[in-house]
Design a protein around this ligand. Structure first.
Ligand code: UDP
Ligand code: MG
Length: 321
């Protein structure tokens, strides 16, 4: 391999209960990218199955393998963010443990990166996921891009090749609503998308549940656009005008009939209900309070910052005395 990527690449592999996939992913990565200055960094996102044991075994036999293991399940964004934070090579290739994107396709990302990109995203030629996921993703990308005006590289996926410097800068922002895809265009205009093959998951089921997917979408909507806040504010103003007009009309003895009162109060009920829900998300989620931490590491092959570890009992004792 030549060009900038020949300087070295870390394959970041987030894993949550992927015991059946760890070895497959490892062998596909080293077979396909064996000629690169390679690091394979597994991030065990608090798995409760054999995942960590299998990663440890790989790390014992191959010095290119490193890992971070979380104290509990922190979620997909936290898992890959930790990998991006601790990758030691100048480029990061993100590979999910189920290798739904065949690793051979990485060569296409590499070729595109050679033209001076900071990030190259794979776009699935044909997506092999359940219908509800395909339709849901289309809908929420439509809302994000068209309705809320959020810039996301069209069709971009987590199969991506990113300059480690850029990926780390994004993680270090510690956004209250982290969303990698939407943050890249804020920091650089040198990014591209490339069509790549995609296949169905062969072992185990999807680890992204509906709750996480919805929460992630809401985080994007309220964290990367203020159109929802403006709409909520306008809606509140509208409710106030309706209430005020009703009050004035009633005082003047002009408008107040049972039907009219029912209509006005009914409309106010609807508007205020929507607002109550919207404000909950806008304030609780969108205020973007930096979280104390996106993840905590319990075990690792590499030196981990003190801030990314939970205080051990001994450390707590030291703080107390
Ligand atoms: N994953 C993770 N933490 C989680 C959920 C998922 O690290 O809480 C990992 C998972 O093991 C996989 C990757 O994230 O390597 C993508 O998950 P999955 O393949 O289930 O997502 P999908 O392909 O269904 O979008
Ligand atoms: Mg998958």
């Amino acid at each position: 391999m030549s060009g900038p990527v020949s300087a070295g690449m870390t394959a970041v592999v987030p894993c949550f209960n992927e015991a059946d996939n760890v070895e497959h992913a490892y062998s596909e990565i080293v077979t396909e990218l064996g000629d690169v200055d390679l690091e394979v960094l597994f991030v065990d996102d608090g798995s409760s199955d054999d995942t960590l044991a299998r990663i440890r075994a790989l790390a014992r036999t191959d010095s290119r393998v490193q890992y971070l293991s979380f104290t509990r399940n922190f979620g997909f964004e936290a898992a890959f963010s930790a990998g991006y934070r601790y990758a030691s090579k100048p480029w990061i290739l993100h590979i999910d443990a189920d290798v739904q994107f065949p690793v051979t396709e990485a060569h296409k990302l590499v070729a595109a990166a050679e033209s001076g990109q900071d990030a190259v995203f794979g776009v699935r030629e044909t997506r092999h996921d359940p219908l509800v996921r395909r339709v849901g993703a289309r809908f929420y990308h439509f809302v994000a891009r068209r309705v809320l005006g959020i810039e996301i590289p069209p069709g971009a996926t987590t199969f991506r090749l990113v300059r480690t410097e850029l990926a780390r800068a994004i993680v270090d922002l510690r956004l209250g609503t982290p969303y990698f895809l939407a943050t890249v265009p804020r920091l650089t205009n040198r990014y591209a998308t490339v069509p790549v093959a995609h296949r169905a998951r062969e072992r185990g089921g999807s680890k992204l549940n509906l709750r996480w997917l919805v929460g992630h979408a809401v985080g994007l909507f309220v964290g990367f656009s203020n159109r929802m806040a403006s709409a909520a504010s306008l809606l509140a103003l509208f409710a106030a005008v309706v209430a005020g007009a009703g009050a004035v009309g009633a005082a003047a003895g002009l408008l107040w009939t049972d039907v009219f009162a029912t209509a006005v109060l009914g409309a106010l009920f609807a508007v205020l209900t929507v607002l109550a829900v919207a404000v909950r998300y806008l304030v609780a989620v969108g205020a973007g309070q930096a979280r104390p931490a996106l993840f905590y590491v319990r075990e690792s092959t590499m030196p981990v910052d003190e801030a990314d570890r939970l205080l051990t009992e001994r450390a707590v004792e030291e703080v107390r005395t």
